[in-house]
Design a protein around this ligand. Structure first.
Ligand code: ZN
Length: 233
């Protein structure tokens, strides 16, 4: 009886406040969360493993010293992933980060990937950007993954020092020099000799990850892994 009433109330709620799919804007049915079943089945998982080299590793070849890189989804100019991440970043849908983190974290755990990680660190936002958005869109993703792989979530030690955008027109070297100073590791001792997983939303050129990794490498003996919600193929 209770569940029947609860279902009816849910249906009324759906009529009053329609829940829409973040992938395609279709009306969500009872039991569907965040994205519809069609989008869920079409979500382009990279299926990259942490055992073999993949195109994410290749982005960082010769640039930064990392143990392994990977990414959960493919990001394309049109499509479900772009839409989901747009809602996550610009439409106050912070919970999408937990949704993606739980899914990816489950895959990592199932495959015994990253079972040696001590700390999971999200790419930080500048404090002004954080205040404006109200949340770091990578935080819940990182927290969920940390929970699944049995690591500690750590924020606040890696900080962004200037509120600037990626310098897309600069050469890689110039961009590297510019970005390097954009991120600073404020406490080095805590990450000394630790296995650290650095997470971001989308990897495009790899410049942000590179700058963060450079800052993190101030911690002696750090072993760095990087991953993201999505990768531009
Ligand atoms: Zn959909």
């Amino acid at each position: 009886m209770y569940s029947k009433i609860s279902n009816i109330l849910n249906d009324i709620n759906t009529v009053l406040v329609p829940r829409l799919c973040f992938g395609c804007n279709a009306l969500l049915y009872r039991g569907e969360e965040h994205i519809c079943t069609v989008c869920r089945n079409q979500l382009p998982l990279t299926e990259y493993t942490f055992n073999a080299l993949n195109p994410v590793d290749r982005i960082f070849f010769g640039r930064i010293n990392i143990i392994k890189a990977s990414s959960f989804l493919f990001f394309t100019e049109k499509g479900i992933v772009k839409s989901i991440i747009h809602y996550l970043k610009y439409k106050n849908q912070e919970q999408i980060g937990a949704f993606l983190g739980n899914w990816y974290g489950h895959i990592l755990k199932e495959n015994n990937f990253l079972n040696n990680i001590d700390y999971v660190v999200p790419v930080p936002l500048h404090r002004k950007k954080l205040k404006k958005r109200g949340y770091n869109q990578v935080s819940l993703f990182a927290k969920s993954i940390a929970e699944h792989i049995g690591a500690h979530y750590l924020e606040g030690v890696l900080i962004k020092t200037a509120n600037t955008k990626t310098q897309t027109k600069k050469s890689r070297i110039l961009r590297w020099q510019h970005k390097q100073a954009l991120y600073v590791l404020t406490e080095q001792e805590i990450l000394k000799n630790k296995n650290v997983l650095l997470l971001d939303d989308v990897i495009t050129t790899g410049a942000t990850m590179e700058a963060c990794a450079t800052a993190l490498s101030a911690a002696k003996g750090i072993n760095l892994y990087v991953a993201s919600m999505a990768i531009v193929p």
